[in-house]
Design a protein around this ligand. Structure first.
Ligand SMILES: Cc1cc2nc3c(=O)[nH]c(=O)nc-3n(C[C@H](O)[C@H](O)[C@H](O)COP(=O)(O)OP(=O)(O)OC[C@H]3O[C@@H](n4cnc5c(N)ncnc54)[C@H](O)[C@@H]3O)c2cc1C
Length: 397
């Protein structure tokens, strides 16, 4: 009989908890700077239990809020760099249409973020996106940088490059305990690791992990239905492969926004989702009662009938994903108020169309790397400070 294996024990320059897209990019930047880095993941990779799985995510420059507009050029540059390092293509250009009622503040913010006037009149819109209907009082804006990131491929690429730069990726190892100190100790289901710095990018599990460090983050996890809709006739004017991505903002019946991507995952099936869902515990996301009403899907069906008549108005495939949000719409990217060598991050937020952390992950990872190395961050961190939530501080100090 084989002897039971000993728990792993090792010391690193840095440990990152969570190998979703944010943690993988944080680890990638640390390894590029020659820091001996351990990236820990609770599930065997690849997995579909968090927020980074699936084939596609929108990337765009159009943003209603300035901090993210400022980060996008850096993000596009870093995605290109990863593409060059990893070889497979990670991005497909499609362009992006943003539509909504005239004067809607978010739509106006997007328009401003694009610089020159990018408003599309009905004729030009019909050329760009023949399957999409605009209604009276609505306007559309064109983001020529928009496109699709091949999400699963990108996640694998960033992890591969991390490992090529000498990083250690250990999957199937859940972090159970974190002991703070000048050198932190992280205990997993298979080992005990030490490092002078720690980054926590645990997605929907972040709140539970940081609670043991005295932090009470005001996070909410939402279960999102990821819906795919069949083209009535393949090749007819409808959002097919050549069509742009889109976002619909400020519609009274869909206050959280709707977004869509051309058919990619499944032939002839277009991804259109509502940017909202029901509260969920990440451990119990599949415990939905059969036959329970799904108001988001009813709302999407009505949107499809009115705006995308080339699609069948009932979903052909429904998958799930998780958003983890803060109450004020912005990320938390900061050091722990008491243990400055720990940096937690939460990369989604509500209200902006499309849970948006994926496209920004190269910059978020860079900022987390800079924070953990005590360097001057390359973008303003003020909007992402943990101190904007006073109750977090009271619990931590
Ligand atoms: C339906 C949907 C559509 C989206 N569309 C877009 C889009 O079009 N464009 C865009 O930019 N963004 C989009 N997003 C948002 C984007 O996908 C997320 O912001 C991003 O994937 C979050 O990555 P993450 O690394 O923070 O989280 P995750 O991917 O969830 O990674 C966290 C990881 O931590 C691991 N972990 C947790 N606890 C532990 C532990 N104790 N020990 C070890 N490991 C642990 C988890 O298993 C997980 O792998 C979308 C999200 C969803 C759900």
């Amino acid at each position: 009989m084989a002897a039971p294996s000993q728990p792993h024990q090792a010391t690193y320059d840095a440990i990152v908890i969570g190998a979703g897209i944010q943690g993988s990019f944080a680890a990638y930047h640390l390894a590029q700077r020659h820091r001996d880095t351990l990236l820990l993941e609770q599930f065997l990779l690849p997995h579909s239990r968090g927020s980074s799985h699936g084939q596609s995510r929108i990337i765009r420059s159009a943003y209603p809020r300035a901090p993210y507009t400022c980060m996008m050029p850096d993000s596009f540059r870093l995605w290109k760099r990863l593409e060059a390092e990893a070889a497979p293509s990670l991005y497909r250009w499609t362009g992006l249409v943003v539509l909504g009622p005239v004067g809607n503040p978010e739509l106006e913010g997007c328009r401003r973020s694009l610089g020159a006037n990018q408003v599309l009149d009905a004729t030009v819109l019909a050329q760009h996106f023949p399957g999409l209907r605009l209604h009276a009082g609505e306007v559309a804006v064109w983001d020529g940088t928009g496109g699709v990131l091949f999400a699963d491929r990108a996640l694998r690429a960033v992890q591969d490059v991390f490992c090529r730069h000498g990083g250690t990726l250990r999957d199937g190892e859940k972090v159970l305990r974190i002991e703070p100190g000048a050198v932190l100790t992280v205990t997993t289901t298979a080992g005990v690791y030490r490092a002078p710095r720690l980054i926590i990018t645990a997605g929907a599990w972040t709140g539970a992990l940081v609670a043991q460090l005295g932090l009470c983050l005001p996070l909410k996890t939402l279960r999102i239905n990821v819906c795919y809709w069949r083209e009535k006739e393949l090749g007819r004017p409808s959002p097919s492969r050549a069509s742009p991505c889109f976002m619909a903002l400020g519609l009274s019946r869909a206050p959280h926004g709707i977004y869509g991507l051309p058919a990619l995952e499944y032939p002839g099936l277009v991804k259109v989702c509502y940017h909202h869902g029901s509260l969920a515990d990440p451990e119990e996301r599949d415990q939905t009662s059969l036959g329970a009403p799904r108001p988001d899907i009813a709302l999407l069906s009505s949107f499809i009938s009115n705006y995308l008549p080339g699609l069948d108005p009932w979903p052909a495939v429904v998958e799930t994903c998780l958003y983890t949000n803060t109450p004020d719409e912005d990320f938390i990217l900061d050091r722990h108020p008491k243990f400055s060598n720990i940096a937690p991050s939460t990369p989604d937020h509500p209200l902006l169309p499309a849970g948006h952390g994926f496209k920004l992950a190269p910059v978020v990872g860079k900022l987390l790397c800079e924070l953990s190395l005590g360097e001057e961050p390359s973008h303003s961190m003020a909007p992402f400070a943990i101190t904007r939530f006073p109750s977090v501080l009271q619990a931590a100090l």
